[in-house]
Design a protein around this ligand. Structure first.
Ligand code: NAD
Length: 352
């Protein structure tokens, strides 16, 4: 009797990069955003829970599970702003998609790159419904690992082709401008956040600092602006002055999680917000007035990762960009797990 190998497709960082390059990053962002919109439109079908966070002095480690009844997905992700100064990523992640019917994993994937893509795609989906029509200029404040993905998603989905960049570290902005060169985006290196928001119809904040930061103050936000606030995503880690929140129409992913982690942690627990899924599904209005300030208080929700894993899995069939991982013990006789160990021992002894 031979114990069969039950393998699980594994997408490494290398294969994820090959996949993104093969598909083309803007096409990838466009297709991924369609998967996200599809899942946002069937929001009620999902198990939802605020992510399980383990906080420490320097950061957080989180587990993000969800299921639509057919598939189950989870992501492991960290957020450590100090990592960047030590030559590491602020955010790293991996995730699993599994079959609800038998509980077996169907995909294991790197999700550091995939998180940057899904975060940017979700931001652009929100902006499609919330940003002023025909917006072309975006301020991009915080020019770290997520920044280029954000710029490209807004270009691919909304046609934003002018980006005003700012970071407290000018070398981060120079890196961003270098990386985005030749992609049809006109870029300006702004000396301050105030300068960056000048003339911008969309303002993306994507900074990392473990504090109540004030990247934008009330006087910097004019009528009709859409704010895509990405960097405030933990208790005690926000980017916007609370006065901005009081003037804005606020859109969130999953209120029970965003009230703990998002910009709105600074507001009363019953401050009105609209779920982005309701806007995507047509149950709620997005931008209702050209003078309205809209805010997408992004923290990142499990269903976006589920959509991303679903998309990657569908892409593997045609591209073959994965390895088979020997992850599941699968003895021919299911109850004979110990016997499988003994047969392995016998094989190893025979080989000596
Ligand atoms: P990063 O460390 O690579 O980059 C952060 C950048 O912010 C750095 O270049 C830093 O110099 C800059 N910065 C810090 N304080 C600033 C300030 N006051 N003004 C201007 N720039 C400032 O981090 P990253 O991977 O790009 O992530 C950025 C943020 O986005 C993090 O806070 C992360 O937790 C968050 N994030 C959110 C989601 C989501 O779904 N909402 C997903 C991924 C990451």
């Amino acid at each position: 009797m031979t114990d069969t190998l039950n393998t699980v497709p594994f997408v490494s960082v290398d294969n994820m990069m090959r996949l993104v390059l093969k598909v083309g990053i803007e096409t990838f962002l466009g297709e991924l955003s369609a998967y996200i919109e599809e899942d946002f439109a069937r929001w009620d079908r999902f198990d939802k829970t605020p992510r399980v966070a383990s906080h420490s002095r320097d950061g957080v480690i989180e587990l993000m599970p969800t299921s639509d009844g057919t598939l189950y997905g989870f992501k492991y992700v960290n957020g450590h702003p100090k990592n960047m100064r030590e030559g590491r990523q602020t955010v790293t992640a991996f995730g699993v998609l599994a079959d609800v019917g038998n509980g077996y994993p169907m995909l294991l994937s790197e999700m550091t790159i995939l998180t940057a893509l899904r975060t940017a795609a979700t931001s652009a989906v929100a902006a499609k419904h919330l940003a002023p029509q025909k917006a072309r200029t975006m301020a991009l404040i915080g020019n770290g690992a997520q920044a280029e993905f954000q710029a490209l998603a807004f270009k691919a989905l909304l046609g934003v082709d002018r980006v005003r960049l700012h970071d407290i570290d000018p070398s981060a902005t120079r890196k961003c401008i270098r990386n985005l060169a030749g992609r049809g985006i006109e870029m300006l290196h702004a000396a301050s956040a105030q300068d960056a928001v000048e003339g911008a119809e969309i303002v993306t904040t994507v900074t990392a600092d473990k504090q109540y930061a004030t990247i934008l103050t009330d006087n910097m936000v004019g009528e009709g602006i859409h704010i895509n606030a990405v960097g405030g995503d933990c208790p005690g880690k926000t980017e916007l002055h609370p006065d901005i929140l009081r003037r804005a129409a606020i859109f969130v992913e999953y209120p029970p999680q965003t009230r703990i982690e998002g910009e709105i942690q600074q507001l009363a627990a019953d401050h009105p917000v609209t779920e982005l899924s309701d806007v995507v599904a047509g149950r709620a209005t997005g931008r209702s007035d050209p003078r309205q300030i809209t805010l997408f208080d992004s923290v990142g929700f499990a269903i976006e990762d589920f959509s991303a894993l679903r998309y990657v899995r569908d892409k593997l069939r045609d591209t073959g960009l994965y390895e088979d991982l020997d992850l599941l013990a699968d003895p021919d006789e299911p109850r004979d797990l110990f016997g499988m160990l003994l047969r392995c021992e016998a094989r190893l002894q025979a080989a000596e």
